[in-house]
Design a protein around this ligand. Structure first.
Ligand code: CP
Length: 309
């Protein structure tokens, strides 16, 4: 593979390889000396057209831990603000000969389009409501560390599935690896034809969470909703917010996940977010490891490709 544009297109073996490689990267990140030299001499540019805390900082750390030169393009201060298009911006950066371009964009498909235009490897760091592949990989690694496997687990993905690239990538990955995926949401927050992705749909949290091994909460993405459709926060929390009572329907050793950023008191009770079943902060740690694995895998492709003049 030259690019990582989505979980779609990855085989179960590819996923397994990246998770195993990320597991090794966790050990590197826990040493006092956190550096490897795999990407020494390579240039990585992070190009984020949408806000990010976790993904951008972990891609930066991951690149640095592998010895790459990492540049964060400050989109808000760039010529994008003067009307330069996505493709022109990408071609400008491409002319500076980066090896890896990490891109987040608000439009689904924008990252794949850009990948067709540039000569370097492109990693999708989230495109609209389409895919967020490194999030699904870090979620899978976190689950595997707690449950020892992915196959056969019951995973309930709850909340704003409609606007969620995290949900889509997780559904694709978990299904590929043999998990049983449920989505739990009000019908207004479900995309059309969601069943075609191979999930069981629930509109009642208690039924959807019954005997689940993993409860994955999603952020209510109010910025992607027309004003008339934004649900009332109090009502949403009452029916779909994860609190102690709703969580009691899952298995007693179920883990609670959230990709972040969290709306505390909207989709999740702070007591649960900070509770003993929560693995939310571990997800963040796994984020650096998974991004190291992805950068390394694409970097290996680069080392076998002579530079074209
Ligand atoms: N989970 C996630 O993508 O978080 P950020 O938007 O902070 O990168």
């Amino acid at each position: 593979h030259r690019h990582l544009l989505g979980i779609e297109g990855l085989s179960p073996l590819d996923i397994q390889f990246l998770l195993d490689s990320a597991a090794a990267a966790v050990d590197v990140s826990r040493q006092a000396e956190k550096k490897k030299a795999t990407l020494r001499g390579r240039t990585q540019i992070n190009l984020f057209f949408e806000a990010s805390t976790r993904t951008q900082s972990s891609f930066e750390l991951a690149g640095k831990r592998l010895g790459a030169d990492v540049m964060n393009m400050a989109v808000a201060q760039s010529s994008v603000k003067k009307g330069e298009t996505l493709i022109d911006t990408a071609m400008t950066l491409n002319a500076m000969r980066p090896d890896l371009l990490v891109v987040r964009h608000h439009a689904a498909g924008a990252v794949a389009l850009l990948a067709q235009k540039v000569e370097c490897s492109v990693i999708n760091a989230g495109d609209g409501a389409h895919e967020h592949p490194t999030q699904a990989l870090l979620d899978a690694l976190t689950i595997r560390r707690h449950k020892g496997k992915l196959a056969g687990l019951v995973v309930a993905i709850c909340g704003d599935v409609r606007h969620s690239r995290v949900a889509r990538s997780n559904i694709l990955l978990l299904n590929a690896m043999g998990a049983q995926v449920r989505v739990v949401a009000p019908t207004t927050l479900l995309p059309s034809a969601i069943e075609e992705l191979g999930v069981t749909v629930f509109t009642d949290m208690r039924k959807g969470l019954a005997d689940a091994d993993v409860v994955m909460m999603l952020r209510l993405q109010r910025e992607r909703m027309a004003a008339a459709y934004v649900p009332s926060v109090r009502e949403y929390f009452r029916f779909f917010g994860l609190d102690r009572e709703k969580l009691s329907h899952a298995k007693p050793d179920a883990i609670v996940m959230h990709p972040g950023p969290m709306n505390r008191g909207v989709e999740i009770d702070p007591l649960i977010a900070d509770g003993v079943q929560s693995v939310i902060r571990e997800q963040v740690e796994m984020g650096v490891a998974v991004r190291m694995a992805v950068l390394e895998a694409l970097g290996q492709h680069l080392s076998s490709t002579p530079v074209q003049n």
